[in-house]
Design a protein around this ligand. Structure first.
Ligand code: UD1
Ligand code: MG
Length: 581
């Protein structure tokens, strides 16, 4: 194909109204790239003399995203329609050297450079005022309909809003990619107005305007309607995303990659994968990732902006971002590698291991539950489970160096900055704060103390019951502690009360302040003792009961059977009162 002389004008100033988004539509991500990037790349690949882009909504962000040599930006101050966007570019179009200007909507991502060139070629051959890239779709809803005149000529384009029921049935639609003769475009552009149902300057109105001036507008239909699908809402974005992903997976399959389930695999446009690699379902390969030959990528791993050598295995559910992994390494399951981690050949990074900004030497293994941050590990190092490089001191990150052949025992804390010399061994559970010379054993942990029988003693202390006897004048006080329950405790209580009675001391105060529990046998014992003392002309009273015991006694309906005092002094005083009466 001879080199064509044309320029392109991409319209990207609109607000993403139907997206219901604050962000510009052309910045929304489609298979890893901004939507507008697809149109811009295709346009540039077609080789235009000049590339102009009209921006408006979120202009600065859009400019920053698409800025590159050879692209000129024009600002449309208000989004008053596609025709208004072209009007905004008028001065640039006037300066433009090309006889032909192709206007492209920024939301038609699947357009190919070849189709653009064929459109320009057809336009140059027939020399009309404009050539409209059209296609036929099953459901034309939302698109501008092509109203044909005789032959290949178009009389007008009617937008959805103003189309009659008959026009709505037309299946040939405007792709929003229109090739203009620059002279005709400039001559009639100012005839556009917003006096229509949409109250917008519609670029498509130029078709009717040209027809009024008896100038030809031709259709250039493409067979594959997918190439000109517009993205106007998030449902369409998802649909096209799916198509792009399938297209990418199919291209890789043709190059000798096994993609087990293309519909459940997410591979960005720019990703490269070597032959004989197997990609299992749920894998995402994103950004600038390059995967070597014969790798095995198990399900549900995400690999972004990373380079993998040959025969690398990534086990399920691993996340790898911005890393380099050399051939024959094994990663995962559930590994997290990030921020420039470099893994050398045959190294092994296992489950629940995070590696950040670290270099892991050839054949080194960190198989379980480990954090390696800002660390440099030599070759053939073995990192025990639960090892942590303590790289952050609250202010800055510090480096850990582990030289070749070291063995780091499980549960080691390496407090950085710290260096472990070649072939050294660190004892499991160590906290290492000082450098270790080569070929040394480092033990950094407190000496163990075993307290023989400690648990047994504590248990017995809790469960035992003690009853001690005091005398206050004529009153015998029994201090009970622990649990007053069936068996020994109750029997001991009875014995002590009997001893007091036998000694002629019939006034007994039972102090329950340190009792944690009384069962029914204990309560029965107290009732029995009270009756027995009364029969012998004596008295039994209770004191010091906490809320818990009071509740227990109330539940047993015994609260009013006993004379209960909160304080010992009051209880003692009550005995002497009785005595005086
Ligand atoms: C447009 C066409 C319609 C066609 C469809 C194909 C018009 C009037 N309608 O409708 O015939 O079938 O594309 O996809 O052209 N833009 C600006 N400034 C504005 C308004 C829009 O730069 O003031 C840009 C948008 O950012 C977008 C492009 O123009 O990239 C198209 O605008 P959009 O609102 O998507 O037009 P459609 O309704 O899809
Ligand atoms: Mg659109």
């Amino acid at each position: 194909m001879a080199k064509k002389k044309f320029s392109v004008l991409i319209l990207a100033a609109g607000k993403a109204t139907r997206f219901k988004s604050e962000q510009s539509k052309v910045l929304h991500r489609l298979a890893g790239l901004p939507l507008g990037e697809y149109v811009l790349r295709s346009a540039l690949a077609a080789g235009p003399e000049q590339t102009l882009m009209v921006i408006g909504h979120a202009a600065e962000e859009v400019r920053k995203t698409f800025e590159r040599p050879g692209v000129t930006f024009i600002e449309q101050k208000q989004p008053l329609g596609t025709g208004h966007a072209v009007l905004a570019a008028r001065a640039e179009i006037e300066r433009c050297p090309s006889p032909v200007v192709v206007v492209l909507a920024g939301d038609v991502p699947l357009i190919s450079p070849e189709t653009l060139l064929r459109l320009v070629e057809a336009h140059e051959k027939a020399r009309p005022a404009a050539t409209v890239l059209t296609t036929r779709v099953e459901n034309p809803q939302g698109y501008g309909r092509i109203v044909r005149a005789q032959g290949n000529r178009i009389r007008t384009i009617v937008e959805e809003k103003v189309a009659t029921p008959a026009q709505k049935k037309i299946q040939e639609i405007n792709s929003a990619i229109i090739c203009f003769s620059r002279a005709h475009l400039l001559k009639h552009l100012s005839e556009l107005s917003d006096a229509n149902a949409q109250k917008e300057y519609l670029l498509t109105d130029l078709v009717a305007i040209f027809n009024r001036h008896r100038q030809k507008v031709l259709a250039f239909p493409v067979a594959d309607h997918r190439e000109v699908l517009g993205v106007n809402d998030r449902a369409e974005l998802a649909e096209i995303e799916k198509m792009l992903r399938l297209r990418k997976a199919e291209a890789l399959i043709r190059e000798g990659v096994t993609v087990v389930d293309p519909a459940a695999t997410y591979i960005d446009e720019g990703v490269e994968v070597g032959s004989d690699t197997v990609i299992e379902p749920g894998v995402s390969l994103l950004g600038k990732t390059r995967v070597g030959r014969a790798c095995l990528l198990r399900p549900h791993s995400t690999i972004a902006d990373s380079v993998l050598g040959d025969r690398v295995t990534v086990r399920p559910c691993s996340v790898i971002t911005g890393c380099e992994i050399a051939s024959d390494a094994i990663i995962g399951p559930f590994a997290h590698l990030r921020d420039g981690a470099v893994i050398e050949q045959e190294a092994r990074i296992g489950n629940f291991v995070e590696v950040k900004k670290s270099h892991v030497g050839r054949g080194t293994k960190a198989s379980h539950l480990t954090y390696l941050g800002d660390a440099t590990l030599g070759a053939d190092v073995n990192i025990g489970a639960g090892t942590v490089t303590c790289n952050y001191d609250g202010e800055k990150k510090n480096a850990t160096v582990i030289e070749d052949g070291c063995f780091i025992g499980s549960g080691t804390m390496l407090v950085a900055p710290v260096k472990v010399g070649r072939d050294s061994i660190v004892a499991a559970g160590s906290t290492i704060t000082e450098d270790i010379p080569p070929e040394s054993l480092a033990l950094g942990r407190a000496r163990q103390v075993n307290k023989d029988g400690w648990v047994r003693t504590r248990r017995e202390g809790k469960d035992s019951t003690a009853i001690s006897v005091r005398e206050a004048g004529s009153v015998t006080i029994l201090d009970v502690s622990g649990r007053l329950t069936m068996g020994n405790p109750s029997e001991e209580l009875r014995r002590k009360i009997n001893e007091s009675r036998d000694a002629g001391r019939k006034w007994v105060l039972v102090n329950l302040a340190n009792v944690v529990y009384v069962d029914s046998a204990g309560m029965g014992e107290l009732v029995g003792a009270m009756k027995m003392l009364r029969n012998s002309g004596g008295e039994l009273k209770l004191s010091g009961m906490g809320d818990r015991l009071l509740t227990l006694f109330a539940a047993a309906k015994l609260k009013h059977v006993f004379e209960i005092h909160s304080h010992e002094a009051a209880a003692l005083a009550s005995f002497s009162k009785r005595r005086s009466t």
